[in-house]
Design a protein. Structure first.
Length: 216
């Protein structure tokens, strides 16, 4: 049974309201995947998944609150910039969190978690690993292809040519094969389905090649 999440501390209630309004009022139309639903869905959103993993991994309550705060803010940088949005999100979090009682050391920890969600970086701490696992939870879910389609739709909306199916699926395959889950609970929960999604991608690419050969 999936855990539904709603903010469980006074500070997280403020963060929740702030981030919801931010996505509602300022997210560009071209963002189709990294939207409010990706972050805030009550069971599949990054906030809910991060909370669920934290509970499974027996994270202390204080660190769980900081982790969930980072999960709320991790994609807010898309409001300003698509590429390299993590530093923007970290700065946005820093400005807001100090106003609602987060101490400087806690803010730095949250900012490091947000920065760790950059695919080019390796998470170091336990909470950073949890956030990264939550962010890419869908790699090991049955709705993987639906959400991959939303990413593609967002690229198309921003004027990027994504018409070549083979090229798109090869790019997706490269990312998912390079990816790893870091926490024991997430490996147990998602790795098997992730491997199935890799096989499905390979099958799609094989079918595309067969159709090409059939036309020659």
């Amino acid at each position: 049974m999936k855990l539904r999440y709603s903010p469980h501390t006074p500070r997280l209630k403020i963060v929740d309201q702030y981030v919801r309004e931010l996505f509602r009022d300022e997210l560009p139309d071209g963002i189709k995947y990294h939207d409010a639903n990706h972050t805030l869905h009550p069971t599949k959103g990054v906030v809910a998944v991060a909370n669920s993993i934290a509970i499974s991994e027996n994270i202390f309550e204080h660190d769980r609150e900081l982790l969930i705060t980072a999960a709320y803010f991790h994609d807010t940088g898309y409001i300003r910039e698509y590429d390299k949005n993590e530093p923007i999100a970290a700065r946005m979090a820093g400005r807001i969190l100090k106003l609602i009682g987060y101490k400087p050391n806690a803010v730095k920890k949250i900012q490091k978690m947000i920065l760790s969600t950059d695919l080019g970086l390796e998470p170091k701490t336990h909470v950073e690993k949890i956030l990264c696992d939550a962010d890419l939870d869908h790699f090991g879910r049955e709705d993987f292809f639906k959400l991959d389609g939303k990413i593609r739709e967002g690229r198309r909306a921003r004027g990027i040519d994504v018409s070549d199916d083979a090229k798109w699926y090869k790019g997706t395959l490269k990312i998912i094969k390079k990816h790893q889950y870091y926490t024991e609970s997430q490996i147990k929960l998602r790795e098997e389905e992730k491997q199935k999604n890799i096989k499905r991608l390979l099958s799609k690419l094989e079918n595309i090649e067969k159709k090409k050969r059939g036309r020659i």
